[in-house]
Ligand binder design. Structure first.
Ligand code: NAD
Length: 477
């Protein structure tokens, strides 16, 4: 229990959810415990000379499960980072990777730092030193442990980590695969920045393809016109809100940020709002809607879909009873505590759980890792050949039309779309969409098919635990 909230810690919360699912399984004695526990957590304290004095930083890299290697998981920069949190996040990575069939064990890292307190050069020095400490212990390595961005980190930090690894491993031809989420020029992949938010969109699209699932949440119809609250307009929240509002017809009625919330029942312009936040540091005084100083209270507002996309523990036993949203999709990791999960389940709220909902990031990271190991961009070999074959069909159809005087033509729009071979971004989106659909199907089968499973989270854990268990058993453990 944490003294401040009276609730289980984040790691305990994940363990409780795991245990609830494992209790429905028939695992060999001891295997449940082996899967649940975190294998190791490395703590490092290192000094960096900045602004004329030495500052000491504390960082972690936790490995939850090595049933498949490399292990995978983001690096978070936040002042609140601690061992309990990285272990909880590492455990979630194990279950997430298993659910979306990404061939990785679970890991996570974090540095106790507020990145907003340091400029770009200072952050580079700190990141290089942190990376050095992890690389020399093989806690960053293309074959063993591959980080990615998380809260407070992005492409820039990943590029620095990749460069630091390459400097320390000059003959490793696969050096670029030591980290994902890099910028394109440093070995990244198209579509990685948007991937987690895009995955949230694909997850909701898949959910709404099943009217009986939608009905369980007390909703009906499609995503079009649904009123959505988003908490956290960072990487994940921004892309989810952007695509849902511009491509699926959702109305983002509220955005909650650190300094409060902004409401506009007609739907917020997400690009303009993000631009405002970037320039002014928050939503206060923004001209796009009504400002609410108590952001957390806005989680309880009336809406169709609630998307917590900021951080863990925001929906807890104190506010779960007041949450009105009939459908919650956990874009963040661990936004609903185990206690709140119980309350919401009993209320009938449908929760699309984090281990599935935000798996878009690790899925595209997997594609990036494969791209780095194969040393070739996706689509490079087949794109023009695919276009040439499509051109053959179009030419032949047009010849038949001319020769038989059937007087029809292919519309220019169809021709343009059909003739264009898929580039890397299209292939990445297609692979991500396929992954999100397949993973939802596997959870859904358990949700509808197992008489003791009443929620998607337990269903997701069951699928994951079974896959991890099989992997351990195949090794003779
Ligand atoms: P980010 O740092 O880009 O964005 C976080 C956003 O939340 C920021 O806009 C921040 O101002 C806001 N925020 C922070 N505290 C808040 C609070 N108390 N109330 C309201 N807003 C608050 O981080 P991100 O990468 O978007 O990650 C967000 C969540 O998604 C985290 O839980 C992370 O673990 C999870 N996640 C991220 C990825 C990824 O690819 N980046 C992948 C999977 C899961």
């Amino acid at each position: 229990m944490t003294a401040t909230t009276g609730e289980p810690s984040f790691r305990q919360s994940v363990d409780l959810m795991f245990t609830r699912a494992a209790a429905l399984m028939d695992l060999p004695p001891g295997l449940e415990e082996k899967i649940r526990v975190c294998n190791s957590t490395y703590t490092v304290r290192f000094g960096v000379k900045l602004r004329g004095e030495v500052h000491t930083f504390t960082g972690y890299r936790s490995v939850h499960s090595e049933h498949t290697e490399p292990v995978k998981g983001g690096i978070r920069y936040a002042p609140s980072v601690n061992q309990d949190e990285v272990e909880a996040l590492a455990a979630l990575m194990t279950y997430k990777c298993a659910l979306v069939e990404a061939p990785f064990g679970g890991s996570k890292g974090g540095l106790c730092i507020d990145p907003r307190h340091w400029d770009a050069d200072e952050l580079e020095k700190i990141t290089r030193r942190f990376a050095y400490e992890l690389i020399k212990r093989d806690l960053i390595d293309p074959a063993q442990n591959v980080p990615a961005p998380d809260m407070g980190t992005g492409e820039r930090e990943m590029a620095i980590i990749a460069d630091q690894y390459a400097r320390m491993n000059t003959t490793d031809i696969n050096a670029r695969a030591c980290v994902t989420g890099k910028p394109i020029h440093a070995g990244g992949i198209q579509g990685r920045v948007e991937a987690t938010g895009r995955g949230v969109q694909y997850a909701l699209q898949e959910f709404f393809r099943h009217p009986e699932d939608v009905k369980k949440a007390g909703l009906s119809g499609t995503l079009d016109g649904k009123r959505v609250i988003v908490q956290g307009l960072g990487n994940v929240g921004y892309h989810a809100a952007l695509y849902l509002s511009t491509q699926d017809g959702c109305k983002i009625t509220h955005v909650i940020e650190r300094d409060g919330a902004v409401e506009n029942q007609a739907g917020l312009d997400i690009v303009a709002l993000r631009d405002w936040i970037t320039r002014h540091g928050g939503v206060k005084d923004c001209p796009y809607g009504t400002y609410h100083a108590e952001g957390a209270r806005v989680l309880e507002a009336d809406c169709d879909i609630l998307i917590p996309a900021a951080m863990e523990g925001v929906i807890n036993t104190h506010n779960a009873g007041a949450i009105q949203a009939p459908l919650i999709i956990e874009a963040a990791n661990g936004p609903v505590t185990a206690g709140a999960d119980d309350i919401l389940r009993h209320k009938g709220t449908v929760i699309i759980p984090d281990l599935y909902a935000n798996a878009g990031g690790v899925t595209v990271s997997y594609f990036e890792w494969v791209k780095n190991l194969s040393h070739i961009r996706f689509g490079r070999m087949q794109r023009r050949q695919e276009e040439a074959r499509h051109q053959l069909i179009v030419d032949e159809l047009e010849r038949i039309s001319r020769d038989s005087s059937i007087n029809w033509t292919l519309s220019p729009n169809f021709k343009e779309r059909y003739l264009r071979g898929a580039d890397e971004l299209e292939l990445v989106r297609s692979g991500l969409d396929d992954t999100m659909r397949a993973a939802y199907q596997s959870m859904r089968e358990v949700w509808w098919g197992h008489d003791k499973v009443t929620d998607l989270r337990t269903a997701g854990f069951l699928v994951s635990i079974e896959r991890v268990a099989k992997s351990y058993q195949a090794k003779g453990i």
